[in-house]
Design a protein. Structure first.
Length: 286
């Protein structure tokens, strides 16, 4: 039975990593949004979960990945590997995933971290982006060799920003991440327009910060790329439905840069240069 490589992606970073792995190990490339509504998810002997890191003070896992893991069944004998793409640090996200998989009776045998450009933090030079993409390409074969040989391992690929001191930096961020809960809550409250202090209530309403400007043509790209079908077109303009993953696919893939947000003033629009909008539409079933 061929391996299954499940993925979730907003910018295309995790998609390109999952795609490269699936091609090298002759596996099936499966978007998590495409199976998230299934009652249960049958698994192959080798299963990969590839995803970006979101909001590390609250565990780092995208909500859709959490829901995906909750549907895994009979995984005791499955070789599970996980790959997370991150902009700043992994900061214990893989531990969050591992605990969830353990609770389902399985084990994450191999863990890999991949440094990729972030769209939340201030812009890095495009040369740095190119270096990040190249680091993954140079190390993809080693990752896939570990997977095919079912190795038990944790591998941090070379970090482009902090280099060889990534591990102590990541450990420090992991240790101190609780200190950032307050500022993260304020950011979420601002975006959601709410005084709630509960992450799982604030995050779905982060779409309240999105607006469109005069460049919107009603092209439906945002509707098509949204992985959780959170956007409808009403009178030719997108209307968000408040069950947002805050993946920023709508923001990043709008061809006219017509989507804006008052909490993204310091962000930059980014998507992986080797990923097409049609790839994100396939993920979303749009």
């Amino acid at each position: 039975m061929a391996p299954d490589v499940y993925y979730f992606s907003g910018t295309g970073n995790s998609y390109i990593v999952a795609k490269d792995i699936a091609e090298r190990i002759h596996g099936n490339l499966i978007p998590i949004p495409g199976v998230i509504d299934d009652a249960s998810i049958p698994l192959a002997e080798i299963v990969g979960i590839v995803f970006p890191v979101y909001f590390v003070p609250f565990g780092g896992l995208p909500e859709i990945v959490k829901r995906f893991v909750q549907k895994l069944r009979d995984i005791q004998s499955t070789y599970i590997f996980a790959v997370c793409t991150y902009g700043s640090a992994e900061a214990g996200t893989l531990q969050t995933l591992s605990r969830m998989v353990d609770a389902r009776g399985g084990e994450v045998a191999a863990e890999f971290t991949v440094n990729m450009p972030s769209n939340i933090h201030p812009r890095l030079a495009s040369k740095k982006h190119t270096t990040m993409h190249a680091v993954w390409s140079k190390n993809a074969d080693a990752v896939c060799d570990a997977i095919l040989n079912r190795k038990r391992t944790h591998l941090d690929l070379p970090n482009t920003v902090v280099g060889g001191i990534y591990r102590p930096v990541n450990f420090l961020v992991t240790f101190l991440k609780r200190l950032y809960v307050g500022s993260a809550i304020k950011y979420l409250q601002n975006g959601a327009g709410s005084s709630s202090r509960l992450y799982d209530q604030l995050l779905p309403n982060m779409d309240r910060s999105f607006t469109t400007n005069e460049k919107c043509t009603g092209c439906r790209t945002c509707v098509k790329v949204c992985p959780v079908k959170n956007i409808e077109l009403v009178d030719g303009r997108p209307l968000w439905q408040h069950h947002c993953e805050y993946c920023l696919a709508c923001y990043n893939w709008c061809p006219n840069e017509a989507i804006e947000s008052w909490v993204l003033e310091r962000a930059h629009r980014y998507h992986h240069p080797d990923v097409k909008v049609s790839d994100l539409i396939v993920q979303s079933g749009g």
